[in-house]
Design a protein around this ligand. Structure first.
Ligand code: PLP
Length: 397
């Protein structure tokens, strides 16, 4: 008497985790310096000092204040601080009551999908492939179908014509993730405005509403390009955010959902997010880190360390003749596989102790994701292995 669907999700192996486990095995066998693990998205920039100072201050609070339950939505001070920070940045008029604090972006997305989709009626949620693989699990568990639409295969921006063709009267939402995991693309404003028009047009055609879900855990990691604020472009938008990458706090589990007041169903959607969090067993986000948020919302992310890695990787790989999408944000490089099967390419890479992730895991064939949230030295030291890998294909042809 065990739910087979849940058992299936539990038993299913995450290829990213498997690759990382296999790299860990090789590190134990031959030494960490000889293994180049580009599999995970675990930020390597240290959490800023301000976070430690805020924790130390919080530790002096009375126990109930520090460790007690908070309101399910999160403490007012933290939500107010986030709203004020967004208002400074975007000239908006958000309030604490538009924000719901969560244990990172993952439960923020789970609550959002559950809030938007109704199980059993055939609702669909569109994702732009390649995409973060957990989206599909969360969408299906919200009772909806995950509809994959391939990104523009040259720029990896949104292929708006392909999205328009995939929208139906059953579409409830579309997920946009910029800066993007896994491609490193940052969608330009023009692309987002075209998408907004396509969504408006589909709503008119079908007499339905389609919410744009903007998943933004990498917002702060961008290399000299502007990351447009989507609620200022498209009214029917909800934002999910996380401090996992921005403040290097992935294990602390802190983030939020923003239902902007410009969303035409603001009140109902906010209540539905609260309800969906409630049924998922959400009580409150970690109270210590809610207090850290109240202090640290404006602390900048250490983008420089990732920029240095990005430059070393792109310069090194382009000198070796590899083809890739120039990363504009996040800490992933989207590299063209040197053979049609990305899995076969990754198997050959592994023989040289290189561990990228094949693109099939992200719903798109023929590429690999190289996560460069590693030490700078790892990137420099990996270059001879990348060279041997390229040469092994050149010799075969
Ligand atoms: N969305 C994307 C695109 C991600 O890459 C991740 C994590 O890697 C998440 C959501 C989940 O982030 P969090 O650690 O905040 O749950």
């Amino acid at each position: 008497m065990i739910n087979p669907t849940m058992r299936g999700y539990g038993a299913e192996k995450s290829s990213i985790r498997e690759i990382s486990a296999s790299a860990a095995g090789r590190k134990a066998a031959i030494g960490a310096a000889n293994v180049f693990d580009f599999s995970l998205g675990n930020p390597t920039a240290p959490a800023p000092d301000e976070v430690r100072q805020s924790i130390e201050r919080a530790l002096t609070l009375p126990s109930m204040q520090l460790h007690g339950y908070t309101p399910a939505v999160g403490i007012f001070e933290a939500r107010e601080a986030v709203a004020a920070s967004l208002n400074r940045r975007w000239g908006t008029d958000y309030a604490a009551g538009d924000l719901f604090l969560t244990c990172g972006a993952a439960p923020a997305l789970v609550a959002t999908f559950k809030a938007l989709a109704e199980p059993g009626v055939g609702d669909e949620i569109v994702v732009i492939a390649p995409y973060f693989p957990e989206y599909k699990v969360w969408i299906e568990c919200a009772g909806a179908t995950c509809v994959e639409v391939l990104a523009d295969q040259r720029t990896f921006d949104i292929d708006v014509d392909a999205v328009a063709a995939a929208l139906t009267e059953r579409t409830r939402a579309i997920v946009v993730n910029s800066p993007n995991n896994p491609t490193g693309a940052v969608y330009p404003e023009r692309n987002l405005r075209e998408l907004s028009r396509a969504l408006d047009e589909a709503e008119r055609r079908f007499g339905t509403q389609i919410t744009l879900v903007s998943d933004e855990p990498y917002r702060e990691i961008a290399y000299g390009v502007e990351v447009p604020w989507i609620p200022s472009i498209h009214d029917r938008t909800i934002v999910t955010y996380s401090y996992s990458k921005a403040l290097s706090l992935p294990g602390e589990r802190i983030g939020w959902v923003l239902v902007p007041p410009t969303h035409p169903e603001h009140d109902a959607l906010y209540e539905a997010v609260a309800g969906a969090s409630r049924v998922s067993g959400h009580v409150c986000a970690p109270s210590l880190f809610q207090r850290v948020l109240a202090d640290c919302v404006d602390v900048p992310c250490d983008v420089e360390s990732y920029a240095k890695n990005r430059d070393a990787l792109t310069e090194g790989l382009s000198a070796l003749g590899y083809e890739f999408v120039e990363p504009q944000g996040a800490f992933y490089l989207w590299l063209k596989s040197l053979e049609p099967s990305a899995s076969a390419f990754c198997d050959r890479a592994r023989e040289l102790e290189l561990f990228p992730v094949p693109s099939d895991s992200f719903g798109c064939p023929g590429w690999v994701r190289v996560g460069y949230c590693v030490s700078y030295q790892t990137i420099v030291d990996s270059m001879p292995a990348w060279k041997s890998l390229a040469e092994s294909y050149a010799e075969a042809s």
